[in-house]
Design a protein around this ligand. Structure first.
Ligand SMILES: *[C@@H]1O[C@H](CO)[C@@H](O)[C@H](O)[C@H]1NC(C)=O
Ligand SMILES: *[C@@H]1O[C@H](CO)[C@@H](O)[C@H](O)[C@H]1NC(C)=O
Ligand SMILES: *[C@@H]1O[C@H](CO)[C@@H](O)[C@H](O)[C@H]1NC(C)=O
Ligand SMILES: *[C@@H]1O[C@H](CO)[C@@H](O)[C@H](O)[C@H]1NC(C)=O
Length: 691
């Protein structure tokens, strides 16, 4: 035996030894060729060992799938799956390149593949290999270097750096992420993350067919609804929108950073980065997380603002009103808003008000012109009555380009800092209101101004009240008859014979004062779960006192229209009134900026809750209704005639009638009530209140 033959033989033995004897971990090539399929147990690794490919079983499943995972991440993190809907049920699987150029997965049956990557070779003589790249992309390449197929064109639930999602307008190929069916099943699930290739393309998250979240349009360097993208140093985003394609791709600044975007089974999309020191994936961003992130939360023509403490997030856009007032009151904004009746925004003195720091809306018809200035954009929008709003299309360099929205405006929301300016079409009346308030802009600045103005008004009212009291005292001393005044809020002070010299301590002595800490404890720190509803002036919470008594806590919004004056009004009135058809006040709390009223808790809620509900209204038969009507009438009669005061409620409606456990009606919400002179049968008012 000569030496060359001997070497060749040794090589063969070594090869056989490698293939069949050594454990599969040393099988670390990055390519699959015609004669070298991947068996279950073999692992292919990319040249820099970033990614690995092989058969795996997800979660508790015993099914086998061909997948790609991070080679260096201890906890196996699958980023791509080939045979998502066609698992191999045992370990006989094989991933092979076949002679006419395809990449296939075989199970037990070696004649019909379970899965195949469809490729067309340029020439039947060309050979083909499959290769795992360091980006995590599995490619099928011809020997002339032409890529025939790539795994990145068929994403699973993970978006990797350098992977595009979006539509290839020439071939029609649409790349998007789809969730797994479950942790144990990588099959195509219900949720998807894709670019909607409209005039103003944006990313949408869908649950089934229903949009769940959207990114907002591309503003030059970020999505309108992903403010966090502005300050990141991990990746660069490339957005392309031309006749060839509409796509987005994230490239990583440093290839040793592992960053991924995953859509999970519940439809949440999350970007995370691998931190080697702590051995875990650290979340960088995810959506939807807040109420305002959910598409359609506030319906059409409204804005979702999560930064108004203690109030309903949904607010109709200027010039609009809730479509279903009652649902809106119950904090269901999904029906959205409609233009106020009689409002005209077509060639009738209309204009635009500025909305700051928002995710710009979505509408069925959007027009974009990248070469139009903001001024031309406004003029163009004004000319067309169906144009509802406009904004800069690109926010770089101080803003350029133009977007117009026609039709209902969906899914606008406010951010605390980063956000775009949106210009909304409003009628002449609203325009005048905004011009007066704040030079047409809308947002934090306005709130500040409003609170300044209301502060001034309050001071003014207070001095007026003091002046009146002083005058009254003088008048009384001189035994003159002081004429009843209808124009100032505290005028009832003069007209109650029992209350000629009311001072703070006397009001208070009639009514228990509660510590804020007691109320906070009783309501679980004003927990959202304790909230019973939101009224005109703040929110009402259910609470339980130390002694186990249930209470209803009316917490007046700090910036509510109800000033100290109205607050005292309500406290005063209601503590003096005793009637079985009026809600009973238990106490109050004035501390720091808080103004709180504590009432008896009425377990059956308000009358509107029954009569506007299809199912519940059946519960109120005519006998019961008649009793309720009589009860309300008795309460009103007492207020108008039988009490020592003469009180006009001024906001009597079903939601202000509460029901006790025996369905007895009790009138509530006296914040806006007014007292009239005992002899008085007619009065004028300068302030319009109520609903
Ligand atoms: C390849 O084509 C077949 C038949 O058209 C199709 O069922 C299969 O899903 C395709 N494979 C891939 C990976 O797209
Ligand atoms: C996905 O859709 C199927 C069929 O429509 C349904 O049974 C299932 O509950 C859905 N899963 C999720 C997570 O929504
Ligand atoms: C875009 O705006 C420019 C400047 O106003 C105008 O000349 C051009 O015709 C517009 N393009 C389209 C497609 O409307
Ligand atoms: C207004 O704009 C819409 C959407 O671009 C368009 O369909 C319609 O023809 C325009 N109307 C007028 C009067 O220009």
């Amino acid at each position: 035996m000569n030496s060359t033959k001997w070497v060749a033989k040794m090589k063969n033995i070594l090869l056989i030894f490698q293939l069949f004897v050594l454990p599969s971990c040393i099988f670390s090539l990055d390519t699959i060729t015609l004669n070298k399929p991947i068996k279950d147990g073999d692992v292919l690794t990319s040249s820099k060992k970033f990614f690995a490919l092989g058969f795996f079983s997800p979660g508790n499943s015993s099914n086998r799938y061909v997948g790609i995972w991070y080679n260096k991440v201890q906890e196996q993190t699958i980023v791509w799956v080939a045979n998502r809907n066609n698992p191999v049920t045992n370990t006989s699987g094989l991933l092979a390149v076949i002679s006419h150029g395809g990449l296939v997965i075989y199970g037990n049956e070696k004649s019909t593949p379970l899965w195949s990557a469809n490729v067309t070779v340029s020439s039947p003589n060309n050979s083909v290999i499959a290769k795992l790249l360091d980006t995590g992309n599995l490619v099928v390449v011809e020997n002339n270097g032409k890529v025939l197929w790539q795994g990145f064109d068929y994403p699973s639930n993970t978006l990797l750096p350098f992977m595009k999602i979006g539509l290839d307008r020439r071939s029609g190929l649409n790349r998007f992420l789809t969730s797994w069916k479950s942790q144990d099943d990588p099959g195509i699930g219900n949720c998807s993350y894709r670019i909607e290739p409209s005039e103003s393309p944006q990313l949408f998250l869908y649950k089934g067919q229903a949009p769940f979240w959207r990114s907002g349009s591309w503003t030059g360097e970020r999505w309108s609804g992903v403010p966090v993208m502005t300050k990141n140093f991990i990746f660069n985003a490339t957005f392309v929108n031309n006749e060839d394609e509409v796509s987005v791709m994230y490239s990583i600044v440093d290839e040793s950073i592992f960053s991924k975007v995953v859509i999970d089974e519940s439809g949440i999309v999350e970007r995370s980065t691998w931190h080697d020191q702590v051995h875990q994936w650290v979340k960088f961003w995810s959506a939807p997380v807040e109420q305002c992130d959910f598409y359609g939360k506030c319906g059409p023509n409204s804005n979702c603002d999560p930064y108004i403490a203690d109030e309903f997030e949904c607010k109709c856009l200027p010039g609009f009103e809730p479509k279903l007032q009652h649902e809106w009151y119950l904090r269901d904004g999904s029906a959205g808003c409609v233009r106020r009746k009689g409002s005209s925004v077509c060639q009738n003195g209309e204009g635009f008000v500025k909305f700051e720091r928002v995710k710009v809306p979505y509408s069925s018809t959007t027009r974009v012109n990248m070469s139009m200035s903001l001024k031309a954009c406004q003029e163009e929008c004004l000319r067309n009555c169906s144009c509802m709003a406009y904004a800069n299309a690109d926010e770089r360099q101080g803003g350029n380009g133009c977007v117009h929205w026609h039709g209902d405006l969906m899914d606008t929301r406010t951010y605390s800092d980063t956000g775009q300016d949106l210009y909304l079409r409003v009628d002449a009346i609203v325009l005048a209101q905004y011009a007066k308030k704040s030079n047409g802009s809308f947002g934090k600045k306005r709130k500040l101004e409003v609170s300044l103005i209301s502060g001034l008004v309050f001071l003014l009212l207070l001095s007026l009240a003091c002046w009146l009291v002083m005058r009254k005292r003088k008048v009384r001393r001189s035994r003159d008859k002081f004429p009843f005044s209808v124009t100032t809020t505290p005028s009832y002070w003069e007209d109650s014979p029992a209350r000629t010299d009311i001072d703070e301590s006397r009001i208070n002595s009639d009514l228990p004062f509660f510590e804020l800490s007691t109320i906070a404890k009783a309501t679980n720190n004003f927990a959202f779960n304790n909230k019973l509803g939101t009224g005109g002036f703040g929110s009402v919470y259910k609470g339980v006192l130390y002694n186990g008594n249930e209470i209803a806590v009316k917490r007046l919004a700090k910036n509510s229209g109800q000033g100290i004056g109205e607050f005292k009004n309500e406290v005063l009135l209601i503590s003096k009134l005793q009637h079985r058809n009026l809600v009973r006040i238990i106490g109050c709390c004035v501390q720091d900026e808080e103004k709180i009223l504590i009432y008896e808790y009425l377990p059956n809620g308000s009358l509107d809750f029954f009569i506007f509900d299809e199912a519940k209204r059946a519960f109120l038969d005519w006998t019961r209704r008649f009793e309720i009507i009589c009860g309300i009438a008795r309460g009103i009669l007492y207020l108008h005639q039988d009490s020592r005061l003469k009180i006009i409620h001024r906001d009597l409606k079903a939601s202000n009638v509460l029901l006790d456990s025996a369905m007895n009606p009790k009138i509530s919400d006296f914040g806006m009530a007014r007292i009239f002179g005992a002899e008085q049968i007619e009065a004028n008012t300068n302030r319009v209140v109520g609903t």
